[in-house]
Ligand binder design. Structure first.
Ligand code: ZN
Length: 84
């Protein structure tokens, strides 16, 4: 994936973050919660990111252990970060 320079810095950081979550999650694919060790990207948050695979639709659900940051990633199977 090429990340164009004209998109906002935040969006680029988000894309980098999502790729890390896919990389870590698919490395340690398990039925339970995965501790990715990735730092939360929210300012002043020192939480780390956990993830899990949602069985019903194969999305990766991720969330921060300290703040309410979180989301889901779909379509990761076709990405270059898929280690499965
Ligand atoms: Zn956080």
């Amino acid at each position: 994936m090429n990340i164009p320079k004209q998109i906002p810095k935040e969006a680029r950081e988000m894309a980098g973050f999502i790729s890390l979550v896919i990389d870590e999650s698919t490395n340690r694919h398990s039925a339970s919660v995965i501790d990715t060790g990735i730092r939360c990207f929210k300012k002043k948050c020192f939480g780390t990111i956990k993830s899990e695979f949602l069985a019903e639709n194969d999305e990766i659900h991720w969330w921060c252990t300290k703040c309410n940051n979180g989301g889901t990633i779909s379509g990761w199977q076709g990405s270059r970060w898929n280690n499965m």
